[in-house]
Each structure stands twice: as C-alpha cells, then as structure tokens.
Design a protein around this ligand. Structure first.
Ligand code: SF4
Length: 191
C-alpha cells in the first residue's frame, strides 16, 4: 500500500490537482509568504501554549506533546502533529492553522486523520480534537465521528486511485482557490 501523508488529505480536499502535482507530475512550486509566516507563528505558539491552562480544551490537567511524528501501517498514513494532549486515558489532537476565517472542511478532516493516527499509536479511542486558529487564539472543537473516519478512509482510497491511474483530475468547484495557489502556472485551464 502506498504510504500517504495527512497533509495529502487536506490538499486533496482543497484541490485534487495539488496532490497530482506532488506524486504524479512533480513541479517546482513557489513558497508563498503565507507559508513562511505560518511557520514563524508555530514556533511562537509552542512557547505560549506551554504556559496556558487546559481549560480551553475542556480538561483540568494533562501533558502536552509537540511536533510528534505519527505513522499507521494499517492506514498507510503518516504525519507530524502540531500538538496533542494526553490526560487520564484520553488523547486529544490539536492543529494550529493560520486563518482569519472559521475552519474549512479540509482542515477538519485533516484533524480527524490525526485522531486516527493517535488511536493507532496509543491504542485508545480519540473522540474529539481542536483546531487552533492563529494569529488569533480561538480554538474550535472537532468531533471525530464514525462517518468522518469513513470519509478519511474513502479519501485515501481516491488519492491512491488517482496516483495509480495517473489521470489528471478536474479543478475544484470554486475557482477562487486558484487565485493564491502556488501551482497556478501549471493549470493552464485556470484563469
Ligand atoms: S491553480 Fe487551481 S486547479 Fe490548479 S492546483 Fe491550484 S487550486 Fe487546483
């Protein structure tokens, strides 16, 4: 089974072509300012988060673990999780996102995929996680439901099928996504 990354799920749900350009027809993409800024914010958050209580995560206590590499042979999936909290037999994934808007669906499913990786690592059920939006400090709870797990598995199947068949996928429904896309020069049917 081809090993995929959690970020592939996020990208595929944003636009399948991004994953096509990564695995089937690699091209050199531009590093955007947004990507660089996001990295700096992550470093700062690690420092601030260490001093905060666990109340915002609906916990009284716990242990934070930062930048954990996770892998599941069962799912053929790997990823680097920003933070997770271990507390009394519970495990909660937290992903930091650079965004001024409410979390998008692809970010929610990325978090569900991390929850599934944590389950395989700790061998305990993970029922929810949080998306932490930066540069603000809001956290959004995300429920890890049976349907959301099935959706993640189905997305992994679709990605593997696309890579195997090497079929160039169609563009996303909203062409607004193309405006700030680092692959824009390679999608000649997009204006
Ligand atoms: S330019 Fe548009 S269609 Fe092309 S990869 Fe980016 S989002 Fe997808």
């Amino acid at each position: 089974m081809l090993s995929l990354r959690v970020s592939d799920i996020k990208q595929y749900l944003y636009c399948p072509r991004v994953v096509f350009f990564t695995y089937v027809c690699p091209v050199e993409k531009k590093i955007t300012r947004k990507m660089e800024y996001g990295k700096e914010e992550h470093v700062e958050l690690d420092r601030l988060e260490k001093r905060r209580t666990f109340r915002r995560y609906r916990l009284e206590e716990g242990e934070r673990k930062f930048h954990t590499r996770l892998y599941s042979t069962r799912l053929g999936l790997e990823g680097m999780l920003d933070m997770h909290i271990v507390s009394r037999g519970e495990c909660i994934p937290v992903e930091f996102k650079y965004s001024s808007q409410e979390p998008a669906l692809n970010h929610k499913y990325q978090l569900v995929a991390y929850a599934m990786l944590l389950e395989d690592t700790y061998n305990i059920p993970v029922r929810n996680g949080f998306l932490y939006l930066i540069p603000g400090t809001e956290v959004y709870p995300v429920e890890v439901t049976p349907n959301s797990r099935d959706f993640v598995k189905e997305t992994l199947r679709k990605i593997r099928r696309m890579i195997k068949t090497e079929l160039f996928p169609g563009p996303p429904r909203g062409q607004g996504r193309c405006v700030d896309c680092e692959y824009r020069n390679f999608c000649r049917d997009m204006r």
